[in-house]
Design a protein around this ligand. Structure first.
Ligand code: SF4
Length: 329
């Protein structure tokens, strides 16, 4: 038989145990911050990159002998790693490829490289995006029409080297600039044609054209920016305007991914460029209710989806619908 005071102390003891358990449970199951994930309406693989990857994968099955890409065929290390795993190697120069088939970049190559590959007796798989080939053709035609060629692009980028090489092959030269003020460094004539690397920004291109028009009297401005680029950038702007923070997914060396990050940041929010999900830092997300995701034209779906699932606590957001940029150019 319990006395009243023993009963009282037992009840107190039970209450204390219960309170402790509640405290422990709430410590383990801290409520997660509510997050909304917004995906840009167009993100990831463009037509040219998808085509280059598929052509290369198909060649692995159909071609006999070694298959080696000349430099990375697209700017995404993870895709290149997977290709390496499937037996497709990468060499930085043609001299290092001694047999089999060489795969040329989606961003195009200079004709001199194609000639060298042929001279070395290599088979060639040219996966240059047709829209990049169009820029080569346009620049050459304008040079043949007597125009001084001004190319708006990133110096040293594979695509830029290819366009310059195409004009040089027919005896011409190309001035490469990326910003309007750089024009001052060159002596422009009166007859100038302005073309553009396919992944440049339209506003920057327009500013450069306006600058050239101040001194040249015969100006041909052919906007060769690819539709996919415009679409990715417009979608990134719309997405960033609805978000508190933007995560931009793509290869470290991908120029169009870097540009997407800058564009998001210009909308007044922090924007982080990552290659893979492991690079996301939780501090970036603290206090951010709406998180935007966009991805460059060389970023495969599986990497974008890994990022989205991570941000959404382990699973893809319920309304997940990934659209690539349109294929028309
Ligand atoms: S961005 Fe445009 S031009 Fe460049 S590879 Fe993609 S589709 Fe081709």
């Amino acid at each position: 038989m319990y006395t009243v005071s023993t009963l009282y102390s037992k009840v107190l003891c039970i209450i204390e145990i219960c309170v402790r358990k509640v405290i422990m449970v709430s410590a383990v199951y801290e409520p997660r911050a509510k997050r909304k994930i917004i995906l840009a309406q167009a993100a990831g693989f463009c037509f040219g990159v998808k085509r280059a990857v598929e052509m290369t994968q198909e060649a692995r099955i159909t071609r006999v002998g070694k298959l080696t890409t000349l430099g990375p065929i697209i700017h995404n290390e993870q895709v290149i790693d997977r290709m390496r795993g499937a037996g497709i190697d990468t060499a930085l120069t043609l001299d290092l490829i001694t047999e089999g088939t060489v795969v040329m970049s989606a961003h195009g190559v200079a004709p001199s490289q194609l000639a060298q590959a042929r001279a070395q007796g290599l088979q060639i798989l040219d996966v240059t995006c047709p829209f990049v080939t169009k820029v080569h053709r346009t620049a050459k035609q304008l040079y043949e029409q007597g125009y001084q060629i001004l190319l708006v692009g990133d110096k040293g980028h594979t695509e830029v080297r290819g366009i310059v090489g195409a004009v040089e092959e027919i005896g011409g030269s190309v001035i490469v600039i990326s910003l309007p003020h750089e024009i001052e460094e060159f002596e422009l004539g009166k007859k100038v044609a302005i073309v553009c690397q396919t992944t440049q920004n339209s506003d920057n291109y327009a500013r450069i054209v306006a600058e050239v028009c101040r001194t040249a009297t015969d100006v041909r401005a052919i906007n060769t920016i690819c539709n996919a680029t415009d679409e990715l950038q417009d979608a990134a702007v719309r997405m960033a305007r609805q978000c508190d923070v933007a995560i931009v997914v793509g290869g470290r060396k991908s120029a169009n991914t870097q540009r997407l990050r800058t564009i998001c940041e210009a909308q007044g929010i922090p924007a982080y460029h990552i290659e893979t999900v492991e690079e996301i830092e939780e501090t970036w997300l603290e206090g951010k209710a709406v998180i935007g995701i966009t991805a460059g034209a060389s970023t495969p779906d599986w990497i974008i989806e890994e990022v989205a699932a991570h941000l959404n606590y382990g699973q893809l957001p319920p309304d997940w619908n990934l659209h690539h940029p349109n294929e028309k150019c």
